[in-house]
Design a protein around this ligand. Structure first.
Ligand code: GLY
Ligand code: MN
Ligand code: MN
Length: 462
């Protein structure tokens, strides 16, 4: 945990943004896997971690705005718990580590909330994302599950985003640790990418690095010679010479800050001329948008810049044609780059996504596009110092999408379908880094992970 003062200050800053009422922040419960007592690895709720820090199940935090008091509801362990889990500190001692003086057993929460409701006080809460939390809120608030999402506090969502989107120096140090773990994961993946190896041998090895160095992985590993499938979690292919292998993987630190890095390498260690051609375009899109990062620039602008670089590169190779500005404004590039340039990152790998993507990534000034491709951009608004986000352009040859658009005669002014046909066996390339926005520009977080053609080939030779 951070120092208790960090949590007290965060809660005070949250309280100061809201008018009145109670803020209810439920922690997570254990979630069962294949029978009740066999649970998934426990993951605490990120808002609970941010404001209360404690990392175990069955806790709830309450910030009373009007009374200026904070509470943690949770049970002291009994002898049965001690026998199975070992001794645990008293709740009051744990709460003190988060700067909280008031504790009560978890079953006292219901009376506490009922008392506040009976006085007509507002209970602020954010959208839940687990069944257990839905049921808990149903009981506490007396609302049917179907009404829980309709009654969330937009005021609270906006206030949390305002705090969590600006990372302090301690959080940045944690994220850098997570990227440094990803360095180990990715360089290991590169060295293992030899013909005959099964994808899961590599995926398993690098997941083990994450587990050995910190928390679990920050999201299920994407590792495939079919990188054209954006979130490919199937790891059963045998690596073959001539394919590119995408590894999109990151770690959580023990404090649950994440990293999210993608590298794409030629199986066997040497790029073919065709692979190099496409790789260099993605690399330019990655590097130039990183270089353009500074406070005030909208991330949507960086996304469209990447789209322009990709369209220009594909035009130079004869895969696209026509005016690049028109390609981008009409969205023809999205056949090759059908996702957003990136997203915020922090305690969640898609930071705060559970609060609602548009509250995190957009604002009154910059609205989400509804055009295929750019519509999937999670972060569009202007950058501020302290933002941590990903830059992850890619080029993909998705046979089903190519076939569909060709059949529909879509963008025939911009896409050379005949040439694209010959790339249907290519796969995909994505290159992703984690970036901090500084007062004057940017910092690529963590130890630099091999990225140029020469660096990747050199690492794979070792
Ligand atoms: N790790 C999934 C993504 O890059 O957003
Ligand atoms: Mn990723
Ligand atoms: Mn990402």
């Amino acid at each position: 945990m951070f120092n208790a003062k960090v949590y007290t200050e965060r809660r005070n800053r949250l309280r100061a943004q809201l008018g009145s009422g109670l803020i209810l922040i439920p922690g997570n419960a254990e979630a069962s896997y294949n029978y009740p007592a066999n649970t998934y690895h426990f993951r605490q709720d990120s808002n609970f971690l941010y404001f209360f820090g404690l990392d175990h199940p069955d806790l709830a935090g309450v910030i009373d705005i009007d009374e200026n008091k904070d509470y943690i509801f949770g049970n002291d362990v009994d002898m049965d718990d001690i026998i199975w889990m070992g001794p645990q500190p008293l709740m009051s001692d744990q709460a003190a580590k988060a700067g909280v003086e008031n504790t009560a057993p978890l079953n006292a929460l219901s009376d506490f909330i009922n008392n506040a409701k009976s006085k007509g006080r507002k209970i602020h809460y954010v959208p839940p994302y687990r069944g257990e939390t839905y049921m808990q809120l149903e009981n506490l608030l007396g609302l049917p599950v179907s009404e829980i999402k309709n009654n969330v506090s937009v005021e609270l969502i906006r206030a949390i985003v305002k705090l969590r989107e600006i990372k302090d120096e301690y959080e940045i140090a944690e994220i850098e640790k997570a990227v440094d773990i990803a360095y180990q994961m990715h360089t290991t993946s590169m060295k293992m990418a030899k013909p005959g190896v099964v994808e899961r041998e590599i995926a398993g090895a690098i997941e083990g690095i994450s587990l050995a160095k910190g928390g679990p992985v920050s999201f299920p590993i994407i590792l495939s010679i079919h990188g054209e499938t954006l979130h490919n979690h199937y790891h059963g292919n045998i690596l073959k010479e001539g394919r590119m292998m995408v590894t999109d993987a990151g770690a959580e630190t023990t404090m649950h800050y994440s990293s999210d890095i993608t590298r794409t390498v030629p199986v066997g260690g040497k790029f073919s001329p065709r692979q190099k051609d496409i790789y260099e375009i993605v690399l330019q899109a990655n590097k130039k948008t990183i270089d353009a990062t500074k406070p005030g620039i909208p991330n949507k602008e960086l996304h469209l810049m990447a789209a322009g670089i990709i369209a220009t590169g594909l035009k130079d190779l004869g895969l696209m044609k026509g005016n690049v500005q028109d390609i981008v404004s009409e969205g023809a590039h999205a056949m090759f780059f059908p996702h957003g340039l990136g997203h915020m990152m922090g305690l969640d790998v898609h930071d705060m996504e559970g609060l609602g993507e548009n509250y995190v990534g957009y604002d009154d000034e910059i609205k989400r596009s509804d055009q295929f491709g750019t519509a999937f951009l999670r972060l569009g608004k202007r950058h501020k110092p302290g933002f941590v986000f990903t830059i992850e352009p890619g080029i993909y040859f998705i046979p089903a999408l190519i076939d569909l658009w060709k059949k529909e005669g879509k963008f025939t002014d911009f896409i050379n379908y005949d040439k694209v046909e010959s790339f249907k066996d290519f796969g995909g390339i994505r290159i992703e880094d984690d970036i901090l926005v500084t007062e004057t520009g940017y910092k690529v977080l963590g130890k630099p992970i091999p990225k140029t053609v020469a660096e990747v080939e050199e690492t794979m030779r070792k």
